[in-house]
Unconditional design. Structure first.
Length: 198
């Protein structure tokens, strides 16, 4: 029987159920059937939305580059971000992927006028009295390794905190770190803008 849910992966948790000495994994937070696995991943030091399922067709459909599913990230960066940096991010910046230069695709980037309401992080981002931070929203349809962090660093504003808030119509609204929401197949396919495949 197929199982579908999405979770709020906490900070400093590996996107896997298999144990790794000295690091927390999804198994420390979520009780799901043994054949369920994450679709895609979030880095150990990133937080947010992760889809879990044992439906191989959903896995293939969601990860295939041709489908270009939109992902929305809420990013706290070091410094008072400038309009010039936002413009550069929007039009694409040069980063390194697998040792090669790569120019990121056009994406939608905006600045939060006030910090978004997000759960406290444990441990918290280090506070520095004399250096401001900014929150930006980035909507991507590609997902290179550590892409968002590389993008903000490329425009001079290193990422301090990274939360994947949404994939298509699935969002973290109403969820806290370590919580999950379970769905029926039809609803999950709809939220992920996929055609249902039986």
């Amino acid at each position: 029987m197929n199982f579908y849910c999405f979770i709020y992966k906490p900070f400093n948790v590996l996107s896997q159920f298999s144990s790794q000495e000295g690091k927390q994994t999804l198994k420390d937070y979520f009780d799901v059937p043994v054949d369920v696995y994450p679709v895609g991943r979030l880095d150990y030091d990133s937080e947010g939305l992760l889809v879990l399922t044992n439906d191989k067709k959903l896995n293939q459909a969601l990860l295939h580059p041709a489908h270009a599913h939109e992902r929305e990230y809420w990013v706290q960066v070091d410094g008072a971000v400038t309009k010039e940096a936002i413009h550069s991010l929007h039009h694409g910046v040069n980063i390194t992927v697998d040792g090669k230069n790569y120019h990121t695709q056009k994406c939608h980037v905006s600045i939060f006028e006030t910090a978004p309401a997000v759960p406290e992080r444990n441990p918290p981002v280090r506070f520095r009295k004399l250096i401001p931070t900014s929150w930006i929203k980035i909507k991507l349809t590609e997902g290179k390794n550590r892409q968002v962090r590389k993008m903000t660093a490329a425009v001079g504003f290193p990422t301090l905190r990274l939360i994947r808030h949404r994939i298509e119509k699935c969002s973290l609204d109403g969820l806290m770190p370590g919580e999950m929401r379970i769905f029926e197949q039809k609803e999950m396919y709809h939220l992920l803008s996929l055609n249902q495949q039986r």
